[in-house]
Structure formats: structure tokens, C-alpha cells
Design a protein around this ligand. Structure first.
Ligand code: PLP
Length: 479
């Protein structure tokens, strides 16, 4: 493929994407395909000879699109948003056009420095304490990880290393492996699956502590767990607080957990994967009260901030901790820069290689501006409130807990079976897509406002589908 063909291929692909977004409402949100549908029609081997780009795009339209779940459809209400925007797509094209790997400053200075700058911008927009920012005088700073899952694991590995160093400094004769086997991590039973997985991957016992009736991990619960473990000869090491749980978007009180973790020398990480974006709006920052006590904080611009996957923004108060945990030297990786404030990001993450992800964050921040992003967040929250209002006008439904951010949870009155049937039937019909959670022991349906192009009429469309299906489910129950 030469440059001219690339121009034509690229322009045609951009037209396809723009048409896809313009017409996304015409598609069912869930695909009508069976497992194996694509495997059965694609050739068994890669082509020997080069093919025409037009044939590739034809197959994209004919074979790939029918098997897509339309995460950016305004009828997609499952999980949380999958960020996407034209600004971000262009950022990705530019980054891919350069094709650099930015594991050290010298490997591409702009790749590292744009990340430093955009994470300073973003940290200030969220109202993070200055000590988390690279532009402060201290050792704090931000990095883009690929996912919230990875950030939680990085936090755990750093906490493990730091705790072992702290203990062996006081007791040099202690065996590191023995200390390692005693370390314990803590979070709530409302944590995302990725938090539990971090314990598995990092070989640390992860205790999922009981949350209160509102889905929040409270200080007394965490303190009791620390004390129990210490009495057993174990060592509390790492805690993950959730700001915006996946089930109901509940917020753990950092102002309670933070001072406690500080007192027990436990690294406190915050998983704000979805809801963190809301902190760009000052009116929601009270939900992160106590943030000054935490060691690391992570949220996903690739969820609610219109940045395409993958872009998970993580800040730590002390970058030296990461360096001490992850620094592995080789002659070919020798650092040539003199400014120690500029990080070599390979020490801050699990892989060696890293994409130029700051580019799409930069294009999004510039093309939307802070005000554009704030109105996107506020619009989603208003739309969620609108959905809750519609649901509350129908006395067959219960909306609970209170809607939080762009998430509304609801169920039918009566036992859980009707609500389960409602969700199953709606999923089979493929017009709207939601998933379930549980709240105070009850089965609930989560309705998340996800697409950046969602309008009031889309909310009405989805609500009407839910209402019509409820008519069917409840009339079948009576018969
Ligand atoms: N944490 C929370 C609260 C989430 O809701 C999710 C995903 O929805 C994750 C973590 C995992 O995010 P990622 O896919 O970036 O690892």
C-alpha cells in the first residue's frame, strides 16, 4: 500500500465511521448472530497475496458490523460508557501514524512529556491535591495505564514492595518470603471484579469486606479487619476504596478510610474508574473528600470522558515508590536525560512498551475544552434523572438506590423473578441493552446513560421498551 492508497483507504474508513455514528439508532443494539458466525465465514488462512482495501472495507460492512454490540448506541445502557469521540479517534490516528514506543524519555521525548502535561492538566481539572501532580515540587505524578485493572494491580505490587522494605529496614533478619506470605489486601464486597483479580495476580490475599446498607466500605469494618489480621500475625498492606462501584455507583468515604490506612501504614488506592470523570465538575468533588490521605488514584477517561479505550489515568503521591518496585536496568535502556522530574514511564507500569496514548487525551481535552467535558457529564446526569423520573411515574417500578451519576437502578415491585424475566426478555429483543446487579439482597436492573449522543428522546425510547415489556411480563404473571 502506498501513500496515495493510504489516503483513499483512510478517507473511506473515516466516512464509514461517521456514517456509522450518524445512523447508529437504526441498528439493534445487540447483534443477531450465533457463536462461530464469523469463524465460519472467514478463510482459514491469511491471504497469500495482497488484497484491495475496498474488499477489506466491504467485508467490514458485510461481516464485521453484523457481529458488533453497539456500545456507543444511545440504547446501550449496560456496564458503563465506552468512551469514544471524533477528537479521540483522530488522536489515535496521529499516534498510530507516528508508531512510537515511549518507554523512556529518549525513546520519544514528546510521548513522555505530553503525558506529563496532560496528566497535570487533568489532575488540576479533577481538583486533585497538588502533591499528586508532576508539576508540584514533590515526587508525585501521573501516568496513563491501559486499564483500571492494571492500575489496581500496579498499586498492589508497589504496596507489597514498600511494605517489605519498611519491615526489613527495622528487622533485617526477617525473610522476605515469609513477610510476603503474610501480606493482606482489603476492599469491599462491592468492588469491581478487577480488584479481586489484582489479589490473584499479585499473590496477595484480598479480603472483600462487607459494605454497609448503601454499598459503602466503612471505617469500623476496615479497622476490625486490620486488627483481626494483626492479631493473627498477618500484615495489612493494601486497601482499595471504590468511588463509584460498578453495581450501584456507591462511594466509599475516603475521609474515614484514608486516616485509618495512614495510621496502619496501609497503601490506599482509589478505583474511580467510571465516576472519576465527574470530579471535573466542582459540585461532585465532595464525593472524594479525604483524597489527600490516599496513595494512588485512578479513573478511566476511556469510560466517561470521551477518550477511546485504552486510557486509564493514574496518579501517585510518590513516584519513587514505583521506581523502587519496578526498576530493572539493562545497558540498552540506559537513561540519558538529566531532568529527574521527567519520568521514564517504564518504571511506572507493567509492560516495557507503551503506546502514545496521551495524544488522544490531548486532542479530547483541546477539542472539547473543560467546559465541553463538564457539560457532557452534566447532560448524562440530567438524562439519568429524567429516566428515574419516568420510572417513578409508573407505580409498578421501584427506583433504588437513589440514582448516582449517570446510573439508575430499578426493579419491578414484588419478587425478583419478574425483574429477571423483564431483563431476559428485553435482552432477547435486542433493542436496548442493560445488565443486572444486586442491592440489599434484591435483584435490580442497571440503566446507565452511556452514549455521548444520547438525547431525551433516546431515554424515552428505552423507557417505552421497558414499560411495554413490563406489560407483557406482568400480564403473563397474572395468567
Ligand atoms: N473499576 C470499576 C468501578 C469499574 O466499573 C470497572 C469497569 O467497568 C473497572 C474497575 C475495570 O475497568 P478496566 O476495564 O479499565 O480495567
Amino acid at each position: 500500500m502506498d501513500a496515495q492508497q493510504f489516503r483513499e483507504f483512510g478517507k473511506a474508513a473515516i466516512d464509514i465511521v461517521a456514517d456509522y455514528v450518524d445512523n447508529i439508532r437504526q441498528r439493534d443494539v445487540l447483534p443477531s448472530v450465533e457463536p462461530g458466525y464469523l469463524v465460519d465465514v472467514l478463510p482459514e488462512n491469511a491471504p497469500e497475496q495482497p488484497e484491495e482495501w475496498k474488499d477489506v472495507l466491504k467485508d467490514f460492512n458485510d461481516l464485521i458490523l453484523p457481529g458488533i454490540t453497539h456500545w456507543n448506541s444511545p440504547r446501550f445502557h449496560a456496564f458503563f460508557p465506552s468512551g469514544s469521540s471524533y477528537a479521540s479517534i483522530i488522536g489515535n490516528i496521529l499516534a498510530d501514524g507516528l508508531g512510537v514506543i515511549g518507554f523512556s524519555w529518549m525513546a520519544s521525548p514528546a510521548c513522555t512529556e505530553l503525558e506529563v502535561v496532560t496528566l497535570n492538566w487533568l489532575g488540576k481539572l479533577l481538583g486533585l491535591p497538588e502533591e499528586f501532580l508532576n508539576c508540584s515540587s514533590g515526587p508525585g505524578g501521573g501516568i496513563i495505564q491501559s486499564s483500571a485493572s492494571e492500575a489496581t494491580l500496579v498499586g498492589l505490587l508497589v504496596a507489597k514492595d514498600k511494605t517489605i522494605r519498611r519491615i526489613t529496614e527495622v528487622n533485617p533478619s526477617l525473610d522476605e518470603d515469609v513477610i510476603r506470605s503474610k501480606l493482606v489486601a482489603y476492599t469491599s464486597d462491592q468492588c469491581n471484579s478487577s480488584v479481586e483479580k489484582a489479589g490473584l495476580l499479585g499473590s496477595m490475599k484480598m479480603r472483600l469486606l462487607k459494605s454497609d446498607a448503601d454499598g459503602r466500605l466503612r471505617k469500623e469494618t476496615l479497622k476490625k479487619a486490620f486488627d483481626e489480621d494483626i492479631a493473627e500475625g498477618l500484615i495489612p498492606c493494601y486497601a482499595v476504596a471504590n468511588l463509584g462501584t460498578t453495581g450501584t455507583c456507591a462511594f466509599d468515604p475516603l475521609y474515614e478510610l484514608g486516616p485509618l490506612c495512614n495510621e496502619y501504614n496501609v497503601w490506599l488506592h482509589v478505583d474511580a474508574a467510571y465516576a472519576g470523570t465527574a470530579f471535573i465538575c466542582p459540585e461532585y468533588r465532595h464525593l472524594m473528600k479525604g483524597i489527600e490521605h490516599v496513595d494512588s488514584f485512578d479513573f478511566n477517561p476511556h469510560k466517561w470522558m470521551n477518550v477511546n479505550f485504552d486510557c486509564s489515568a493514574m496518579w501517585v503521591k510518590n513516584g519513587h515508590d514505583l521506581l523502587q518496585a519496578f526498576d530493572v536496568q539493562r545497558v540498552y535502556l540506559a537513561d540519558t536525560k538529566t531532568d529527574t522530574k521527567i519520568p521514564d514511564y517504564r518504571h511506572w507500569q507493567i509492560p516495557l512498551g507503551r503506546r502514545f496514548r496521551a495524544m488522544k487525551l490531548w486532542t479530547v481535552l483541546r477539542i472539547y475544552g473543560a467546559e465541553g467535558l463538564r457539560s457532557h457529564v452534566r447532560n448524562h446526569i440530567d438524562l439519568a434523572q429524567y429516566f428515574a423520573k419516568l420510572a417513578r411515574t409508573d407505580d409498578r417500578f421501584v427506583v433504588e438506590p437513589e440514582p448516582s451519576m449517570g446510573l439508575v437502578c430499578f426493579r419491578l415491585k414484588g419478587d425478583d423473578i419478574a425483574t429477571k424475566t423483564l431483563l431476559e426478555n428485553l435482552t432477547k429483543k435486542k433493542k436496548i441493552y442493560m445488565v443486572a446487579a444486586s442491592y440489599r439482597g434484591r435483584y435490580i436492573i442497571r440503566f446507565a446513560v452511556c452514549s455521548r449522543i444520547t438525547k431525551k428522546e433516546d431515554i424515552e425510547f428505552s423507557w417505552n421498551k421497558i414499560k411495554q415489556e413490563a406489560d407483557i411480563v406482568l400480564s403473563n404473571e397474572i395468567q
